[in-house]
Design a binder for this molecule. Sequence first.
Ligand SMILES: [Zn+2]
Length: 473
Amino acid sequence: MRTLLINGSVWTSFGQLTNALLIEDGRVLALGSDALSGSADQTIDLAGAFVMPAFADGHAHPLFAGREAQGPKVNGLQSVAEIVAEVKQFAEASPDSKWIIGGAYEAAIVERGDFDSHWLDEAVNDRPVLLHAVDHHTIWVNNKALEIAGITSATKDPDGGTIARRADGSPKGTLREPAAMDLISKLAPERTLQDELDAIAWASDQYLAAGVTSAMDAWVEDGMTEIYIEAAKTGHLKVDMNLTFLAQPEKWRSRVNYYNEMRALVEALPVEAGLTAKSVKFIGDGALSAGTAAILEPYLDDPTSKGLLIWSDAEMIEAATTFDKAGLQLHIHAIGDAAVRQALDAIEAVIASNPSWDRRPVITHAQLIDPIDLPRFAALGVIANFQPLWTYLDPMNKELILPRIGETRNNQQYQLRKVIDSGAQLSFGSDWPITDFTPLVALAVPVHRQSPDRQPLQGWSIEQAITIEESMD
Ligand SMILES: [Zn+2]
């Protein structure tokens, strides 16, 4: 079936427009006058409407988004009362759920992020409730969950994890890091494969409705590839998806073979399945809002701290070199300028020691970049992956980050203009479900450096604004 679109405004590449498009079975056959002179089974008059290629999301967590959508929708809620109300409503509507599991709540709305189990008891006290925070390193539970897990004042913090406590030593309801989180989460009913497939189908449908036809899952841990493979085989995966295996300090060595096996299984799928597994994710540091991003100059609210690098330089280089040699694209989370420098150093070392190939390394978030490091993106061929919806003075930048790093550094976040002018390649990702996945909500934000509803009027560090064509490209 050949379809001819006429009288449109058809975006073909950077700033290039034509009026007509001839397509057959999802493939573009011709543009402009060539399209108009072709034969078609049907002709659609666009009456001036705008047409552009579908969007690709360069950094997101669609399976996590789908999972979250199956529980209480606490994402983005800005008060404890709102979260508790949502949990209560969800629990009442789901009388058969033995556990109420959901996420991801914004930890910053409570001082030090210590949430109290009693607050959740107001919503549900006869069944366990388990919510995870946006950082995926923290959970908040009700008393029933603490009781089932047998966690009391007498319970010691497990190695590598912490149990937040009240003044009397009793557990408060917030647990940090997997070692502590697992004390409770291991008791929760396992998600069924059907739950996981439904989550992927739901995320796919959301994407398609927003014009997104391909995405990167930027956090693939054990068990997730198997789920995606099943989703691709059964038609639950409806967009093209590239998987990014998670590499973690120490653990990565034991994952090299497993990831190779998973890749082989993905590569054995037919191309139409739309699934690839070509990338590996490193998390270089934390977040500026939590004071855990690794920065070159100390935090203002804690002059003894420059945040935390998660990897040693040597181990990041060793792991990156190993995975690059295996043909995986590097995708490094680096938010502070010290983490960005470490990531660039690692990529530089990889390029120096491994044979050259079309490696297209990515540094994602790149919120602060030291002026000395900025030209290195272009020089090393590193793609800067930004989240367009983060590039305005939102409450996080204003209330959590500004007091920690001061006005000057706060305003130096997201130097999109400078990165483009340096000749480096830019890409965009939503980081869904952390932020909205809809490109049409996000794309104007880096152009005006204003919120989607155009606040504040003068924008934010407007000298870093880019054009709408650059944003769409
Ligand atoms: Zn992410």
